[in-house]
Every structure is written in structure tokens, then in C-alpha cells.
Write a protein that binds this ligand. Structure first.
Ligand code: SF4
Ligand code: ZN
Ligand code: ZN
Length: 392
């Protein structure tokens, strides 16, 4: 006797919903999945009628399903939104070039306008070139900071009112865990918000998938046969997030409500009055929103362009100290005063009598270039398999 769908009690159940563990047929799964996202959009007032919305599109499962579902709901419930696809080309050969092909097909399939912005055009550096320069340890710091700003710049050029991203419930729960482990109060408060950056200087970002399980997004894409790109980035060594993710998956296997429970816990945490929080201001160089004199992207770029790739990587206090050293531009006391190099502006070739020659230059530290994190560590932990227990 086949197991019947717990919703319609008529058709044969095809999967157990990862979120609830209940058996459902394909049609009821689609209906429940879409209704829950519609409910999130409505209750959180994510959009207003007539708004222009850019969907951050990477070609991956989350953003592909987001584009498909937003288009479907926009038509079904007459949201009155003007939807666009916005993609960032980080310049990662063998990864982003292929995934962008998927986005271009999605553009045709969903009939949505597409804009692509590249790191190379915006910053003069591709991720391939950055990794060549900095090695494979802090590449995601550069990539994340640059992508955030690139999305904003793309959104501004499209004149959109909001950016919708495919961050799902697992991503939010993972980020909460990471911020707790790091004691990052400011980020902890921000990461649970369903709308961020809604201050006058920024374009608000919304997360319609905040309560949507990653496994359900995969199941939806799988049953709907959506065209998405599933390969991991070749430079994905983000071990810290990988561990948080593995931990979360272990907990989810024991109790499926873990993901939502963590999100609810994160939402209930609030910062005590009187705790000093970063004050947002504008970057003196590019005008982008920043909690320091210069935004992180400008500091990282400065480092890349000056051959000091570690500038901007790490704690703000250390970064400020490094910046001060660069800006002070102490002249070298050796004869070779005109040539500058490293944090102390001392040429590597400076005579050993030069007092600055002996100082440790972090940017010439050989250890820096050796990958200390195993490649593809993320691959093992991010692959979502729809196991036999979920597909009936
Ligand atoms: Fe960029 Fe790192 Fe993501 Fe690759 S894994 S796209 S380098 S942030
Ligand atoms: Zn059913
Ligand atoms: Zn800046």
C-alpha cells in the first residue's frame, strides 16, 4: 500500500518534507513551499507594489529557485514587482564563467532582464589574479567584501529599490552559530534581520528564503527540473563556515527543527542598551557605507595595488595600524630612499645596515602563500544529498 500524501490524502507521497518530516505528493510540496515563501514575503512586508527588485543571481540552486519562485508569486499574487537578474562575475575560471552561462539560460527561460558586473571592470582585479597574489587562505574575505559592494553598485546602476538574495534558513543558522562563536555582537544582530541595509544610504537587501530549508530548495529544483549550476567554487577553503555547517547538519539529522530553532534563538537575542556598536559612516575614498574612515573594499584594494595583500585582512585595530604604517610612509634610512617596499617601505634589496631591513614584513612571509586549509574542504560539507529517507 503506497504511502499517501499527508496534505491531500489522495495522491501517493513522493518525499518526506525535510522541514516537517511529513510525507507529501509533488503538487502539495510545491504548493506548501511556495505558500510559505509568499507568507514570509507578506508578513515581513518585503516588497511594495511597483518596486524594482534585483535578484542576486549566481546560477546556483538558491538564486535559480529564488528567481523562479519570485516570478511565479509575482504573477500569481499580482505583487506588481519589476524583476531583474543581477550577476557578479568574480573572474574565477572554470567556475563563474560556467555558472554565468546558467544565468544567461535562466534569463531566457524566465524572460527577465540581466545585468552582469565583473570584479575586473569594477576593481581592476579578477579573483584568479587576487588568488595568484594572496594565495588561497584569505581569498573569500576579498571575494565577499568585493561582491557585497559590486551588488550594490549593480543595483544602483539598474535603479532598483531592493536586492533579493537567495540566503536560506541554513545559511542564516550557520551565520548565527559563527557569530556566536566569534562573539561578533554587531553581526549577530544584523544576520537575523530579514531586511538589511535599509538605512538612507543603502539599497535594502531582503531574504525571502530566510525560513526555507536548503534541502527543500534542492528538492524543489530537482522535481521542477530547474536549470542550475551545482559545482562548488574552486577557491572554497572557508574552513570555519564549513565546520559550522557540518555541526548544523549533524544537529539537523537528529532534530529537523534545529535550523528554525537556531534562527528563532538568534532573533530573540538583543544587544543590551549601552553596548557600543559600530557607527556607520561613509568611506572617504569611494563614498560607500563603512564603519571606518575607509571601507573594507578600499583598504583591500589599496593592499592589492601596493603589493601589500594582507592589508585589510584581520581585525580592524590591526588594519588601522597597518594603514597608518603605510600612510606614514616612513622613509628608509638606507641610501636607497626612493624605492619603497613592504610595510616599512624598505626595498627587499636594502643593505643589511638599514635599520628597517630586519623588521618582519608580513607580506613577504613565506608561510602566507602556503595553503593551510585543505582545498575542497567546503565541497564535502556543502553537498546536499536528497537521501533515501527524504525521497520516498
Ligand atoms: Fe568567492 Fe570564496 Fe565564494 Fe569562491 S568560495 S566565490 S572565492 S567567496
Ligand atoms: Zn498531496
Ligand atoms: Zn571605499
Amino acid at each position: 500500500m503506497p504511502l499517501l500524501c499527508s496534505i491531500c490524502k489522495d495522491k501517493r507521497a513522493l518525499l518526506k518534507r525535510p522541514k516537517t518530516g511529513t510525507p507529501v505528493c509533488k503538487d502539495c510540496f510545491y504548493w506548501a513551499f511556495e505558500c510559505e515563501i509568499h507568507h514570509t514575503i507578506q508578513t515581513a512586508n518585503l516588497f511594495k507594489r511597483g518596486e524594482k527588485v534585483a535578484i542576486g543571481a549566481s546560477g546556483g540552486k538558491d538564486s535559480t529557485v529564488l528567481a523562479y519562485v519570485l516570478k511565479t508569486l509575482n504573477e500569481r499574487y499580482d505583487y506588481g514587482l519589476n524583476l531583474f537578474l543581477l550577476s557578479i562575475d568574480e573572474g574565477i575560471t572554470g567556475y563563474r564563467d560556467d555558472s554565468l552561462e546558467t544565468v544567461k539560460r535562466n534569463q531566457q527561460q524566465y524572460d527577465l532582464p540581466l545585468k552582469v558586473l565583473s570584479y575586473q571592470d569594477l576593481y581592476g582585479w579578477s579573483m584568479d589574479a587576487i588568488v595568484k597574489q594572496i594565495g588561497r587562505k584569505n581569498n573569500c574575505t576579498f571575494c565577499g567584501v568585493f561582491r557585497r559592494q559590486a551588488l550594490d553598485r549593480g543595483a544602483m546602476s539598474l535603479g532598483v529599490d531592493k536586492i533579493a538574495t537567495g540566503h536560506n534558513a541554513d545559511d542564516v543558522a550557520e551565520t548565527i552559530i559563527m557569530n556566536i562563536l566569534r562573539g561578533d555582537i554587531a553581526r549577530l544582530q544584523r544576520c537575523t534581520a530579514i531586511i538589511t541595509g535599509d538605512d538612507p544610504s543603502g539599497i535594502p537587501r531582503v531574504k525571502p528564503f530566510k525560513y526555507t530549508y536548503e534541502k527543500e530548495i534542492v528538492a524543489y529544483a530537482y522535481f521542477k527540473k530547474l536549470d542550475y549550476f551545482s559545482t562548488e567554487c574552486i577557491y572554497a577553503p572557508n574552513a570555519y563556515r564549513g565546520h559550522a555547517r557540518a555541526y548544523l547538519k549533524d544537529l539537523e539529522a537528529i532534530r529537523s527543527s534545529t535550523i528554525i530553532d537556531i534562527i528563532h534563538s538568534g532573533e530573540m537575542m538583543s544587544v543590551k542598551e549601552g553596548v557600543k556598536m559600530p557607527v556607520q559612516t561613509k568611506c572617504k575614498k569611494c563614498g560607500y557605507i563603512s564603519s571606518n574612515e575607509f571601507c573594507k573594499a578600499c583598504v583591500l584594494l589599496e593592499g592589492l595595488n601596493k603589493g601589500l595583500p594582507r592589508l585589510g585582512v584581520g581585525k580592524t585595530s590591526k588594519v588601522n595600524q597597518q594603514l597608518k604604517q603605510v600612510n606614514d610612509s616612513k622613509s628608509c634610512e638606507c641610501q636607497n630612499k626612493s624605492t619603497k617596499c613592504c610595510l616599512n617601505n624598505v626595498p627587499k634589496t636594502a643593505p643589511s645596515s638599514c635599520p628597517n631591513r630586519s623588521k618582519n614584513c608580513e607580506n613577504h612571509d613565506a608561510k602566507f602563500d602556503s595553503p593551510s586549509v585543505k582545498d575542497n574542504q567546503m565541497d564535502k560539507t556543502t553537498k546536499i544529498c536528497l537521501t533515501n529517507s527524504e525521497i520516498l
